[in-house]
Design a protein around this ligand. Structure first.
Ligand SMILES: Nc1ncnc2c1ncn2[C@@H]1O[C@H](COP(=O)(O)OP(=O)(O)OP(=O)(O)O)[C@@H](O)[C@H]1O
Length: 647
């Protein structure tokens, strides 16, 4: 169905909000709009080039694809035309009136927060709308390849657009005309545009020409040769950086550029970049790879499966000489040649990262900060390359709170009789560092890796160890600390310990009080200054893993923790002595619940029964200040499931 008169439509709410921000944001350099429009025009050309392979009629008698820019300083107008795929009426409405992408809300927030937006425009797919930063009106006339009708879309960016049949449309493709605002009239100046194109878009694989209206001379600005097809020796670092910025829609400088040509079983060129900054959607489960695939300079797809998921931050392209041009989506996933490229390129990226880490550790540190959590996914996804990824991994530890520690550093610094690599896993490095579980390790000067990325709980469980040393959680099992000698400062007395038999009685009483809350109560050399902590049973999952699984609604593995008591702590010594005499069993039971509660709090967990915990705490404080024994307040304590009966 076609409509012959102009129809006015509102923008989708998200777009309207975004446009408002675009129009009202004061950008120091709104130049970026030009790169976005040229990028769209080039994409449209590349899409048509690809479609033309199977349907040559689409190209008709005009097979050479190009972008033409025209400036009209008199009229303050800038026009960007392409003879690419074009848009139908429905496509104009859908593509330029809605925000068919996730992440919009995040983008809006970022824009509202500060001048951040500029760096995010390309990443969020709001490229086209950036035209409203400089234009008071935008007219898009488009003639979709192979369609009879052409359509004109027009808007001043204030909530509505109109769509009507185009009277003067290009024979094929799209013409975007910007009526520039007075303060941006300089974008109608040929020299300004030439400078911007050469700077931002010099390596677009489609030729670009420019003319000034009223002056007949049309000049070529960009010849459209693929940068990656040139020999390395002819490409400068600036050219690589500009190319990276253009293809990735980025503003940073790549930390690593890999330009390689393979010959042999198959021939291809790869131009890959490792950025320095993480994109906003790195952890979006829908995020695909961002490496483009070309076949003999013809664009095939934006997300070629040539990088494993754990290298999804790598940008750039692969151009194959041997693949067929008519690759379907399914074939992309199963093609053995692509699988081979993927294996070779994965190896190459990892080895280049290693070189970067060895030769320029400061730059590598930035890469690790941005992408370490993603790279570590490789530790469980790609067992074959685990050793290479170990070598790239950097850690925060009790000895390196600032990070940057390697596993090799750790192993070199292991103590006598230490057989495992110890780690603590949790959500927050500060809290981990303050955990009572680490006390016994600190007392022995044993280093503990502090793992706080969500992925850590997973890889560390499946990892078989590094250099023959298993990874052992500080919250798991009976850490083999007894074999490692504590380091005492000179003149520091060996701490006094409760008698073994007394502590055995105390442990039995505590277990009796806590019943099924814990699987076992025992002593520990894990602790130095705290009286108690919770650990996972010997054969169980790490406590953090247990928490993650139960948070995801799977109910956890149901493993009950072990409560460990510190036999050198004065409180435990006193309790043990009392337990041995058989007196004050009600106080001991209350103490058991308070010890459990405080261990839970230190683990960042909710206390089992907050009301009962609170009553016991208040009673204990009462005893402190009034000299009354807690059981004198039995009426306030002996309520609720967990309360004791009193003596
Ligand atoms: N010159 C053009 N020819 C054909 N289609 C176009 C043209 N310009 C824009 N489009 C269509 O409009 C859509 C939206 O463009 P927009 O620049 O907002 O985002 P994008 O190009 O998809 O994302 P990004 O900016 O991240 O590359 C494009 O995906 C494309 O389908």
């Amino acid at each position: 169905m076609t409509t012959q008169t102009a129809e006015t439509r509102p923008f989708e709410a998200d777009v309207a909000r975004l446009l408002h921000l675009m129009v009202h944001s004061v950008y120091s350099t709104p130049d970026v709009f030009l790169r976005e429009l040229i990028s769209n025009a080039a994409d449209a050309c590349e899409k048509l080039r690809q479609k033309g392979l199977t349907d040559p009629a689409l190209l008709g008698d005009d097979p050479s694809l190009k972008i033409a820019i025209a400036v009209d300083p008199e009229a303050k107008r800038l026009t960007i035309s392409d003879n690419g795929i074009g848009m139908t009426r429905e496509e104009l409405i859908e593509n330029l009136g809605t925000m068919a992408r996730s992440g919009t809300e995040k983008f809006r927030q970022a824009l509202e927060e500060k001048d951040q937006g500029k760096a995010l425009i390309g990443q969020f797919g709001v490229g086209f709308y950036s035209a409203f930063m400089v234009a008071s009106e935008v007219l898009v006339e488009s003639h979709a390849a192979g369609e009879g009708e052409a359509w004109a879309w027009r808007s001043d960016g204030s909530g509505e657009f109109t769509i009507e049949p185009a009277r003067d449309a290009p024979a094929r493709g799209t013409r975007v005309t910007l009526s520039l605002r007075d303060d941006h009239a300089s974008y109608a100046d040929e020299a300004t545009i030439e400078r911007l194109v050469k700077h931002h878009s010099a390596h677009v694989p489609v030729p670009i020409t420019i003319e000034t209206i009223g002056d007949d001379a049309r000049r070529e600005l960009v010849d459209g040769t693929a940068l990656w097809a040139k020999p390395k020796s002819e490409i400068s670092e600036e050219e690589y950086t500009e190319f990276y910025r253009f293809t990735a829609g980025a503003f940073d400088t790549p930390a690593l550029t890999i330009h390689t040509h393979a010959e042999g079983r198959q021939e291809y060129t790869a131009l890959l970049f490792v950025p320095e900054m993480a994109p906003f959607d790195l952890f979006d489960p829908d995020r695909k790879g961002r490496v483009k695939l070309y076949v003999r300079r013809i664009f095939i797809t934006d997300d070629a499966p040539v990088m494993p998921a754990y290298l999804r931050f790598v940008r750039g392209l692969v151009d194959s000489e041997d693949l067929p041009l008519n690759l379907s989506r399914e074939m992309l996933q199963t093609n053995p040649m692509l699988a081979q490229i993927r294996t070779a390129m994965t190896k190459r990226v990892l080895s280049e990262l290693k070189k970067l880490a060895d030769n320029t550790p400061e730059t590598y540190a930035k890469v690790w900060d941005a992408f370490g959590p993603v790279l570590k996914e490789g530790l469980y996804e790609d067992a074959e390359r685990r050793d290479e990824i170990y070598a790239l991994s950097r850690f925060t530890s009790t000895k390196a709170p600032e990070g940057g520690r390697t596993l090799a550093d750790y192993v070199a610094d292991m103590k006598e009789n230490q057989t495992a690599i110890f780690y603590a896993v949790g959500e927050d490095k500060e809290r981990l560092a303050a955990s009572p579980h680490l006390e016994g390790f600190a007392a022995r000067d044993v280093e503990v890796l502090l793992l706080s990325d969500p992925v850590d709980a997973f890889w560390v469980r499946t990892a078989l160890g590094y250099d023959g040393k298993p990874f052992t959680s500080v919250t798991q099992g009976s850490a083999d600390l007894d074999k490692i000698a504590p380091v005492y400062k000179p003149n520091e007395p060996t701490p006094e310990r409760a008698k073994d038999s007394d502590i055995a009685t105390l442990s039995a009483l505590v277990k009796q009080a806590l019943e099924e809350k814990v699987s076992e109560v025992r002593t520990s050399s894990r602790l130095a200054t705290s009286p108690a902590c919770l650990v996972a049973p010997d054969m169980g999952y790490d406590r953090q893993m247990e928490r993650i699984v139960s948070r995801h609604g799977k109910g956890g593995f149901g493993a009950k923790p072990v409560l460990e008591l510190n036999p050198t702590h004065p409180l435990i010594r006193t309790l043990a002595a009392k337990a041995a005499t058989g007196s004050e069993s009600a106080h001991i039971a209350d103490a058991a619940w308070l010890l459990l509660g405080s261990a839970e709090i230190l683990d960042g967990e909710p206390v089992s029964d907050p009301a009962a915990f609170n009553r016991r705490l208040v009673a204990a404080m009462g005893a402190m200040f009034t000299g009354l024994a807690p059981s004198d307040h039995a009426d306030t304590i002996s309520v609720g499931n967990n309360a004791t009966d009193g003596d």
